[in-house]
Design a protein around this ligand. Structure first.
Ligand code: PYC
Length: 311
């Protein structure tokens, strides 16, 4: 019987499952090479931890690893029901609150290593967490994609730690009663991007689709609906998606350096974002909070036909 210790949290409704013990032994190296080792040699762990029957398509896993740089408190590899993420904003907020829960960190600034570079996290005395994300940028503006059944859809392609296609919500209001239709629509956009060879820089797959609209709520700049790679929608406003959005606002010169942008998710949870310029990119800071809501031991029993997950 294998035992895997996990701590669950949610960030604005989006879950993160941090693996604290019993995960794969990945050895030494930078986080990008450890993620590659995880993917090629230990992918069964990913499915056991986040896929059904223990997890679901909405669960994001975070394997805690030794940091690759001495200044960092931990390394993190994020994964979900279909693969591995470069960065994950809501997940990093969840990891910070988990490290606090474990007594490994207190209020202050902490560096975390990820496969796409180090990120700085500030745990504030009031419990909120700010993530200075990886440098973000808009790669392409007003790109047209022909979406079968929906016609031409236009949007920007931007990097915020993952690749995003960001499009104004014109076909349906961003309201929770429309979630099934929004999933169908954004999944069709994602497939059309693949079919028409529309990619991020260097041919990278655009694995997140973000729709945005105004919010009816005072004090909120925008609402979004984000389709994640495993075809679940983000319950949080999506940290990397908010970073990509802020990169587009900066490129359009409608959000000034240091100004606050309040981003709301389809379920009404909120992040605050601001940015500073770094050369031709921006560095977004995303602020939100997470709550630890479970501490468990996953049991991988060799007599269980679905011990290593479904799918
Ligand atoms: O918060 O960056 C994020 C994220 C990516 C996928 C799910 N959440």
């Amino acid at each position: 019987m294998r035992r895997i210790r996990v701590i669950d949290s949610h960030t604005g409704g989006e879950p993160t499952r941090v693996v604290t013990d019993g995960g794969p032994e990945l050895g030494a190296g930078d986080l990008a090479s450890l993620r590659e080792r995880f993917r090629t040699k230990f992918d069964a762990f990913r499915k056991a931890i986040v896929c059904e029957p223990r997890g679901s398509d909405v669960m994001v896993g975070a394997l805690l690893c030794p940091p690759s740089s001495p200044a960092s408190v931990a390394g993190i590899i994020f994964f979900n029901n279909v693969g591995y993420l470069g960065m994950c904003g809501h997940g990093t907020i969840g990891v910070v609150k988990t490290l606090e829960y474990l007594g490994r960190i207190g209020p202050g600034v902490h560096s975390l290593d990820t496969p796409v570079g180090p990120v700085k996290a500030t745990l504030h005395p009031d419990g909120r967490v700010s993530i200075a994300n990886v440098p973000s940028y808009r790669y392409a503006h007003d790109v047209a994609v022909n979406v079968p059944g929906h016609g031409e859809v236009r949007g920007d392609i931007a990097w915020g730690g993952n690749w995003f296609f960001l499009s104004r919500a014109t076909q349906l209001p961003l309201e929770s009663k429309h979630i099934p239709a929004l999933l169908t629509y954004t999944s069709a956009i994602k497939q059309a991007l693949v079919d028409q060879g529309i990619t991020g820089e260097g041919g990278a797959e655009i694995d997140h689709v973000e729709l945005y609209s105004k919010s009816p709520n005072p004090g909120v700049n925008a609402r979004n609906f984000v389709l994640c790679p495993g075809l679940a929608y983000d319950r949080s406003p999506c940290g990397t998606g908010t970073s990509a959005k802020v990169a587009c606002l900066a490129a359009d010169q409608v959000l000034a350096e240091g100004e606050t942008w309040v981003q709301e998710s389809i379920i009404g949870s909120r992040f605050e974002a601001r940015y500073v310029r770094e050369g031709d990119r921006i560095r977004p800071t995303i602020t939100g909070t997470a709550s630890v809501n479970a501490e468990a031991t996953l049991l991988v029993d060799s007599t269980d036909p679905f011990a290593w997950g479904i799918g």
